[in-house]
Write a protein that binds this ligand. Structure first.
Ligand code: SF4
Length: 247
């Protein structure tokens, strides 16, 4: 369909509920179609039939291509396997992975501690005692919820996008394109957007959790470090134009 923006879903944050391009995104359209089918057929979602059919079709196509190119699919290419393992190791040991994983761990530990519920209860209590007005209480709860939603959404995405960007940079395929068109710059760009939004959300939590100030500052510092390493690793990410979002 012509109204779709080609590739818009490749450099988004997958937060469809908050996306302005749902009506121009092929992925959203397909997923919406699946949701409608499964609403009428509860067995559809757990049925393996569509997946099996797609896999069979892919297998036939792969065998045909391998035949044409004289490739033996059963044979292991040792050199290729070694190269792949080296790339994987370089990506996993890159300082950017270390920093983004540090953030994932630190933020995860904090979110699991349970202060969020205590703080929400405290706001309700202050409203009940008349220390805060109903509107003030509602406003605070909404801000708190929104900040936490942002933090939770981007928390796993940051490391995943950094990983994708680093892996892409290792890939020979990207070298056929001009720097500003290389896919890894798009992944790096969305990783930086996720970091910036997370930083704003953590900063707004500071007003709610005074006694957690030093823990939150540590988390913010880990995000800042990830951002600095990301910017050093992908100095040209700003030249990448994400379809839809940056046009
Ligand atoms: S572009 Fe928007 S609608 Fe499409 S997958 Fe990404 S977030 Fe969802």
């Amino acid at each position: 369909m012509e109204h779709f923006i080609e590739g818009v879903h490749n450099y988004c944050d997958r937060w469809c509920e908050r996306c302005v391009f749902t009506d121009r995104c092929r992925v959203f359209y397909m997923e919406e179609k699946d949701r409608k089918i499964s609403a009428h057929d509860p067995k559809w979602e757990t049925s393996l039939e569509p997946i099996t059919k797609t896999l069979e079709e892919a297998k036939i196509m792969l065998e045909k291509m391998a035949n044409e190119k004289g490739i033996d699919l059963a044979e292991t290419d040792q050199e290729f396997e070694k190269e792949r393992a080296d790339k994987k190791s370089r990506v996993e040991n890159h300082p950017l992975m270390k920093k983004s994983m540090d953030y994932l761990e630190l933020s995860g530990e904090w979110l699991e501690k349970g202060q969020v519920k205590d703080n929400t209860d405290k706001i309700f209590q202050e409203v009940n005692l008349g220390i805060k007005s109903m509107q003030e209480g509602e406003r605070e709860i909404l801000l708190l919820r929104d900040s936490l939603e942002v933090i939770r959404w981007y928390q796993p995405l940051i490391a995943a996008k950094c990983h994708r960007a680093l892996l892409g940079k290792e890939d020979e395929y990207n070298k056929h394109f001009a720097e500003e068109e290389r896919d890894y710059n798009g992944s790096a760009k969305i990783a930086r957007i996720a970091i910036e939004r997370s930083m704003r959300a953590w900063a707004s939590l500071l007003g709610f959790f005074e006694e957690e100030e030093s823990a939150i500052f540590r988390i913010l510092a880990s995000l800042q470090q990830a951002q600095q390493v990301l910017e050093r690793a992908f100095p040209n990410m700003d030249h990448f134009i994400r379809p839809g979002f940056d046009e």
